[in-house]
Design a protein around this ligand. Structure first.
Ligand code: MLT
Length: 211
């Protein structure tokens, strides 16, 4: 079976057609197995598609190259964003899920490619849970993100993502019409139980589950 350009896992859900497919996107050094347990915690019964980033940073998988921590290789980011969007479409064909109802769940580097996909390929994602995200890039063409639900889970003491950067991301997405919920945890870059509970509650009320 083809890997569609990404090593990945596909875990079918319980068949409830109102549920989106969750696109799980790991952080630097993670892989396609990392977030598999997070999917059902956030949305029980949803199918999950979990690719491994195609870039290797000294052996650590990532979704795009960076020049230094928090300094992105923008050309690579753009190319990898399109590559990932094509993968989602190809996976929808292969596994038979609804390509118009895919919600990203990304952590750190995975959150950053997810928001890049919203900015460069609007329509690929019906929503997103972006955990410890930062501004990936500013798009040349303004995307229409009208009504797209986006949850941003930030850490007040995150040593990697400055507070202002997350606020800037929220404003950027709002400026294109996204319906952004920015939440803060009293913690650093790592995820906590509160992140999971808060994102789960938001997802339940966000309308992405067909409610
Ligand atoms: C990134 O490179 O996407 C961010 O710095 C987060 C990370 O460390 O992966």
């Amino acid at each position: 079976m083809t890997d569609l350009g990404f090593v990945h896992r596909w875990v079918p859900g319980d068949g409830d057609a109102s549920l989106p497919t969750l696109l799980l996107l790991h952080g630097t050094g993670g892989n396609e197995a990392d977030l598999l347990s997070l999917g059902p915690m956030l949305m029980p019964g949803a199918s999950v598609l979990s690719p491994r980033g195609n870039v290797s940073e000294n052996g650590a998988p990532r979704f795009f190259r960076r020049l230094a921590e928090g300094v992105f290789d923008i050309d690579d980011l753009i190319a990898r964003t399109h590559e990932l969007a094509e993968f989602v479409g190809a996976a929808a064909n292969q596994y038979g899920f609804d390509a118009t109802n895919v919600v990203a769940v990304g952590y750190s580097n995975g959150a950053n490619i997810a928001s890049s996909m919203m900015l460069l390929r609007p329509g690929t994602l019906a929503g997103g849970v972006l955990l410890r995200p930062m501004v990936p890039l500013e798009p040349e063409t303004p995307p229409d993100l009208s009504g797209t639900p986006v949850y941003l889970g930030a850490g007040r003491m995150d040593p990697i993502v400055p507070v202002e950067n997350v606020e800037q991301l929220a404003e950027l997405l709002r400026g294109y019409g996204a319906d952004v919920m920015l939440t803060w945890q009293p913690t650093g870059h790592g995820l906590t139980r509160e992140d999971v509970l808060s994102a789960r509650d938001w997802l339940a009320g966000s309308g992405v589950a067909g409610s």
